[in-house]
Ligand binder design. Sequence first.
Ligand code: CA
Length: 227
Amino acid sequence: MRILVIEDEKKVASFIKKGLEEQSYVVETAFNGLDGERLALKNDYDAIILDVLLPKQDGIATCQKIRMKQIDTPILMLTAMGETEDKVRGLDSGADDYLTKPFHFEELLARVRALLRRKSQDKSAVLQAGELVLDPVTRKVERDGRQIRLTSREFALLEYFLRNKGQILSRANLAQHVWNVSFDMDSNVIDVYVKLLRQKIDKGFDTPLIRTMVGAGYVLSDEDSDD
Ligand code: CA
């Protein structure tokens, strides 16, 4: 999952980035409202964390401009303590939720997970495909009650597949959301990782969850296919 953090306090931005990266998210940062807006319009993010007080263009105006371009990426706004007006204006400008500074990182994480659920329209806390279950909180993966150990990148890849169940995902799409943007598109790293993931989640089971769509990419689906 790819997240944009728009926050001018570099310490806070790097604290959030580091924490989210430890959870296998791909994170990009912008240090002012205009740069943030530009990135939000240019790239496809799964969630945006947006500070209210920003140089060049504040968080409220940035949020409004992103929404005016019909971009419906979930936005979590960071507001100053006690500024009720900021919260109201933030939500009115199109943010989905807000978090008051200072915050505990665990709370930020829980809110990000809630926003990602909202986006995938899947309200349950765990992600599921057939008998495969991924818990984003405990980071445990099981299929048919059997625990599966994944590396951090394999976990990120599986989470992204599950949040986009049934959709064909191109290599470019996977590169953007699971790896960072500087990823070399000519490399076969994605194919290698998908293969590793399949060995762990599909090997030994009757129904493969991940399938190759020739010329298009990959799809994870728990619906029976004819091939
Ligand atoms: Ca700020």
